[in-house]
Design a protein around this ligand. Structure first.
Ligand code: PEP
Ligand code: MN
Length: 347
């Protein structure tokens, strides 16, 4: 941390800042310039309260040098980390996020029933998707709305995986369900509404499956990466980021899909970045264009809601593409991927 003193700061004020830094367990290193003095605080910055130093008499500003998310940070790493989903699961074709391939996760918003998820899984596979999604535990705005089939839904997903060989992504809502969801899923999804549920993040960090971590709908990237740090700090280094749109004044879409986060996150973090154009727009007819744009922007994967009969979907029908649209989209995505030296071959 660097503390910049005001030009008029007195020696007593500089000494006080140095004493505060030592109290925080770091080494103080004052540097006197011709106009002003800066004090470097050397050591583990996580111990430093920048606000206390920023408020001290005679201080102009206090700035962090290290990121508050050291495990998620890109610093010191050349490449994006590769996260494999579905490894070690008999009969499953694993997919890798963060390499040359751009895998596509597709499936309905909710696991609606045994037959429905099997039909969806077959359609996703036939369209060329690489993984299956479906919610068994649904975070609903309204308490009377369909809440998901719970453990039965997880079993239905597992059956669909067994038949198709697609690894499955599904959301976990509470720390109490983490062990259960981890038993069935190949990748645990943390939803936008739970992205700062720190006890849930810690629990996801203590189980063995990878985690698809959605960005909170009102989260800054700094907050997002600090939230990911909760998972990483527990020892689970297989975290996949997922931008799903944020809340803005814009109302022509359900959320505003911020695609500039893709190159920005790649600068800040080594974690792979998936784009969800379905929640990002809320409108099925916008999904193919945003999916293509996401690949052009350098994303490491896509999460797309697909339903064989969107009009009768239990949840999120308006943003669900049909298998026919997904099939056409996959062919387009392959061409866009090739143009940016990536591959998105139908699985
Ligand atoms: C979902 O994936 O169906 C979902 C609820 O997503 P989000 O948390 O992004 O709203
Ligand atoms: Mn949904």
């Amino acid at each position: 941390m660097i503390v910049v003193m005001k030009a008029a700061a007195t020696q007593d004020q500089v000494d006080h800042v140095c004493a505060l830094i030592r109290e925080m367990g770091l080494k103080d290193h004052p540097i006197k310039g011709s106009d002003l003095t800066v004090v470097a605080a050397i050591g583990d910055e996580r111990k430093v309260d920048g606000e206390v130093l920023g408020r001290a008499p005679g201080v102009s500003r206090a700035m962090h040098v290290q990121k508050p998310y050291q495990l998620a940070s890109r610093e010191g790493r050349d490449a994006t980390s590769q996260v494999v989903v579905g490894a070690g699961q008999p009969g499953v074709t694993p997919c890798t996020f963060g390499g040359t391939d751009v895998p596509v996760i597709a499936g309905p918003c909710s696991v609606e029933g045994e037959e429905a998820i099997l039909i969806a899984a077959r359609a996703a596979k036939a369209a060329g998707a690489h993984a299956l999604r479906g919610g068994a535990f649904k975070p609903r705005t309204n308490p009377y709305a369909f809440q998901g089939h719970g453990e039965d839904g997880l079993k239905m997903l597992a059956a669909a995986r067994d038949e198709t060989g697609l690894p499955v992504f599904t959301e976990v809502l509470t720390p109490a369900d983490v062990e259960l969801v981890s038993k069935y899923a190949d990748c645990l999804q943390i939803g936008t509404r739970n992205s700062q549920n720190f006890k849930l993040l810690e629990a996801a960090g203590r189980q063995p499956k990878p985690v698809l971590m959605k960005r909170g709908m009102s989260m800054t990237l700094d907050e997002y990466l600090q939230a990911c740090e909760y998972i990483l700090a527990e020892g689970n280094d297989r975290v996949i980021l997922c931008e799903r749109g944020i809340r803005t004044f814009e109302d022509h879409t359900r959320n505003t899909l911020s695609l500039s986060v893709v190159p920005e996150l790649h600068e800040r973090t080594h974690l792979p970045v998936v784009i969800d154009p379905s929640h990002g727009t809320g409108k099925a007819h916008l999904v193919p264009a945003m999916a293509k744009a996401a690949i052009a922007a350098g994303c490491d994967g896509l999460a797309v809601e697909m339903h064989v009969d969107p009009e009768h979907a239990f949840t999120d029908g308006a943003q669900s593409v049909t298998p026919a649209v997904l099939t056409t989209m996959m062919a387009d995505l392959a061409r866009v991927a090739a143009a940016v030296d990536r591959t998105c071959a139908a699985g």
